[in-house]
Design a binder for this molecule. Sequence first.
Ligand SMILES: Cc1cc2nc3c(=O)[nH]c(=O)nc-3n(C[C@H](O)[C@H](O)[C@H](O)COP(=O)(O)O)c2cc1C
Length: 193
Amino acid sequence: MKLLHLDSAATGSQSVTRELSASIVARWREAVPGLNVTYRDLDAQPLPHLNSVVLAKADPAVAAESEATLQQFLDSDVIVVGAPMYNFSVPSTLKAWIDRVAVAGRTFRYTEKGPEGLAKGKTLVIASGRGGLYGDNSPADFQEAYLRQVFGFLGVDDVRLVRAEGVAYSPQHRSDALAQAHAAIAEPLREAA
Ligand SMILES: Cc1cc2nc3c(=O)[nH]c(=O)nc-3n(C[C@H](O)[C@H](O)[C@H](O)COP(=O)(O)O)c2cc1C
């Protein structure tokens, strides 16, 4: 089994989502002997924005990087993504990665019946961090809701969430939210069964 671990927070060692994503991956390692884990830090090694050069595959090196990124996603059974809310959405570094893996004909296609996701059979675990309090269905949420939408569009239907929110309210809020989030990390395989 292959797990792709992504982090996107720009807050380094202070990051809530990096702490949570690392704990989630540790739980998967315990549960799955021989788990093959690939780590990708989208803050330390960001992909370029999806611009005209990327879209047209005009630069061979950039095109090769795009293809490798897509293949890494396609090869993964589990994706654990550290995804803070930045300006109500996800960090642009994470968006740049999503722009590489949402590729017509590879991870989705349109049919006469509408769109079809092609990246089926994968599990996505979102480690979500938010300064404010939003709950499950806030109209201001373009972060978790966006991730569910875009990965669902690609065919990923097993989406799990670990959330720490309200972390900007106070240090106590932050430590309480982190403790709750850690406690909410479910046993990977039992949850999958
Ligand atoms: C650039 C930036 C933008 C942010 N935008 C929002 C926001 O729109 N809404 C919110 O509730 N919190 C916002 N926050 C707070 C983060 O969501 C919160 O601190 C979260 O824990 C970030 O995850 P991290 O600790 O892994 O970086 C923002 C933080 C940063 C650094």
